[in-house]
Design a protein around this ligand. Structure first.
Ligand code: ZN
Length: 341
């Protein structure tokens, strides 16, 4: 099937109990998530060496049940050759230990994603809580949020529990199939070095969480790396997409539906972030603000601890870009970061 034929083909959400063949060598399943994101897309590529599974879903009972039935529904003679992990977030890496043991396969991921996963997973509840509450204090959040953070524990580990041995891969990695060749790229933004897969000839791009079709991917500083200009790096990625893809490419994201034209999507995400940067820049020109006030400007009212974590860390990423490009200044007053003219 060619890309242009897919335009005519109505793409329905696939089952959570089996892989659905979507194009030539590419298979798709959709696993449930117990938060607003609702589901995660997982893929499998039928290579000349066997099936390469990409991503796993969270480590919970429901996802395990889905996988048990996906595996039961595999074709009788199919060999599963490896598990690839796109990035360290729990909905992508969560069940990697279970799958590697159940299918007796090795697990591969970008080196920086493995390092980030190990760094966070090895923190005790107390260490994680202390680190998060220190940051929340620096960001100017209310006393209640700072105390909540201290007792919340390591919620990253709670969604994964443990990881298997994961082997790092570099740009020389590729997947050869009967229909083409999938190369890898590594990009920084939504995570430190997310793997994505593309077939240049057939113009198919598995972008995972970097180019979601509807929502803007969360671009957050890591709590242990909070001065990083992660948004600047993500905007570089979006510019790279504009220069290296065109409207004929079909994109398979980690959440929601496949779509055409990654260039159009990258442009609209650049606009989205530029509007937010502009809003913060103009406010800071008038009055100094802390990260919490900046978050209120960008996100309005926040409903729960989960949303607060993403909103404050994404706000910090925007402020870091403005500071990095010398548009604003920063000072520390009583352990709180203040952004000023
Ligand atoms: Zn993610």
């Amino acid at each position: 099937m060619k890309n242009k034929d897919l335009k005519e083909y109505k793409i329905k959400p696939p089952s959570k109990y089996k892989f659905t063949k979507i194009i030539d060598d590419l298979y798709w399943a959709r696993l449930p998530l117990p938060f607003r994101l609702d589901h995660v897309n997982i893929f499998a590529i039928r290579s000349v060496e066997g099936l390469v599974i990409v991503d796993t879903g969270l480590n919970n009972f429901e996802t395990m049940t889905c996988w048990n039935s996906i595996i039961k529904n595999f074709e009788k003679k199919i060999k599963v050759s490896k598990l690839l992990i796109s990035h360290h977030h729990p909905d992508h890496i969560g069940l990697s230990k279970f799958l590697s043991e159940k299918l007796n396969i090795k697990v591969y991921a970008p080196k920086n994603e493995i390092l980030r996963a190990e760094k966070i997973i090895n923190l005790s509840d107390k260490e994680y809580g202390q680190m998060l509450s220190n940051k929340y204090e620096e960001f100017g959040l209310a006393r209640k949020a700072v105390l909540n953070a201290k007792t919340r524990g390591n919620f990253y580990r709670s969604m994964i529990k443990e990881t298997p041995f994961i082997k790092g891969i570099d740009r020389s990695f590729f997947i050869e199939t009967e229909y083409g060749k999938w190369n890898v790229r590594f990009d920084t933004g939504h995570s430190p070095s997310q793997l994505s897969l593309y077939d240049e000839v057939r113009k198919i791009y598995l972008c995972f969480d970097f180019l979601l079709p509807r929502i803007s991917p969360n671009i957050s500083v890591g709590i242990e790396d909070s001065e990083n200009n992660i948004l600047g790096k993500y905007i570089n990625y979006l510019e790279n997409v504009k220069n290296n893809f065109d409207e004929e490419w079909i994109v398979f994201p980690g959440h929601e539906f496949p779509y055409f034209d990654p260039v159009k999507r990258a442009s609209s995400l650049i606009n989205h972030h530029e509007n937010r940067l502009d809003l913060l820049y103009k406010s800071i020109k008038i009055k100094s603000i802390n990260v919490k006030t900046a978050m209120d400007l960008l996100f309005g009212s926040i409903k729960n601890d989960h949303d607060l974590f993403f909103a404050i860390c994404e706000t910090k990423a925007h402020l870091n870009l403005l500071l990095n490009y010398k548009k604003i200044n920063m000072k520390k007053i009583n352990n709180q970061i203040i952004y000023c003219n």
